[in-house]
Structure formats: C-alpha cells, structure tokens
Design a protein around this ligand. Structure first.
Ligand code: VGL
Ligand code: ZN
Length: 198
C-alpha cells in the first residue's frame, strides 16, 4: 500500500525573511528531505496567489494584516501580501528537495477565495483535485508536514480525515503561526477528527 508524504507550503514567504514568516519555518527542511525516502509518493503543495488576492489585507482599504474579514464563504484572516504567483517568495525554499516530488499542487490561485487546505478551498467545497489524484493512485495513508501547522497543515489534515484518509501529522516537522490561540485550536480540532499527531 503506497503511503504519501504531503509537504505543505515549504516556500520562501513562510520562512524567516519572507512576507509571512513562520518562526523556525526553515528549521524543518532537512528533516523533511530525509523523510521523503520512506514514501512511495511525495506531493508538494504551493500557495500560489494572484497579485491583489482577496486574502491580502492590502486588497481591503483600511484593513491591516491579521485582522478578520467576512467573505462570501465565511470568516477569513487578512494576510500580508505573500506567495504571489511567480515571485521569489512563492518559490520553494532553496534547500527543499523538489526532485522527489511526483506532484506539485498549487492552491489559492482564484482571486476571490483563499485555499488553506490541499483538498478544498476555504468554502470547504471547491475541490483542488488532490482527492481524485490520490484515489486514482490507490493511496489512503497520508503523512503531513510543513507550514503552517495551524493553517494549511491542519486544514489539510482535517479535510483528509473527513474524506476518510488515515492521517498522521508529524508535528516536529511543522511550524506554526500561532496567532490568537490558533495552534491550540488546530491541535484540538485535529485530535477530535481522529488525526494522529506525533
Ligand atoms: C498559509 C496563511 C495564508 C499557510 C497560507 O501555508 O499556512 N497561511 N496562506
Ligand atoms: Zn496564502
């Protein structure tokens, strides 16, 4: 049975020096590279926003990063501009071993909707296509690592669990934004959903 390693958003903008830097974001690159060996499938996700994306605070006059906004699909954190398509910030961390990737899945490319999860956009309904890909390859066991634990990793893990996958999050190979209790809430939600955390 093929097990997949899903590496979430290991991009420059989420690493120290980036536009939405996650503390210690680059500390996990070597460990993730080393882990790839053990998996029959390696999938990388890449946050990939058009300039002026609706999740950017700069797209909402008078609003600041980390404030909440109400979107058509529900509440949304407003972020600093990050991972703009084709920018250096959107590129993978230079030390990440991208050669082992079977699939690079981009998300967040529609201007009007954000996409934290590798499976669904933030309306929790619009699919990215990853579920179909995994199903066609007969993959049902997933290990998740990457950035950030409390947003894109946990949203992906929760959706995967809901879709019936066996999901393990390797917390030591993730780093969190931890804004306003978001890390504790994410860990609680993952545990409640049956996601294994190690
Ligand atoms: C992420 C906020 C905005 C993430 C992506 O990768 O966790 N967080 N875009
Ligand atoms: Zn983003």
């Amino acid at each position: 049975m093929t097990q997949a390693l899903i590496v979430i958003d290991m991009q420059n903008d989420f690493c120290p020096g980036g536009a939405l830097a996650v503390p210690g974001g680059d500390d996990i690159v070597a460990g993730i590279n080393a882990l790839m060996e053990a998996f029959g499938a390696v999938i990388l996700t890449q946050d990939w926003h058009p300039a002026g994306h609706s999740s950017f605070a700069s797209s909402h006059p008078g609003r600041a990063p980390m404030e909440m906004a109400e979107m058509a699909y529900g509440p949304q954190v407003l972020w600093p501009d990050h991972c703009v398509q084709g920018s250096a910030g959107a590129a993978f961390h230079a030390a990440l071993d991208t050669t082992r990737a079977d699939l690079i899945l981009r998300k967040g490319f529609r201007a009007a909707i954000d996409s934290y999860s590798a499976f669904f956009e933030n309306d929790r309904r619009t699919p990215t296509g990853l579920h179909g890909y995994l199903q066609e390859r007969g993959i049902s066991e997933l290990t998740l690592v990457g950035l950030a634990t409390d947003f894109c990793v946990s949203y992906s893990a929760l959706d995967a669990a809901r879709l019936g996958y066996d999901v393990l999050v390797r917390e030591g190979l993730c780093r969190a934004i931890d804004h306003d209790g978001s890390l504790e809430a994410a860990v609680d939600a993952m545990k409640d959903a049956g996601v294994r955390i190690s």
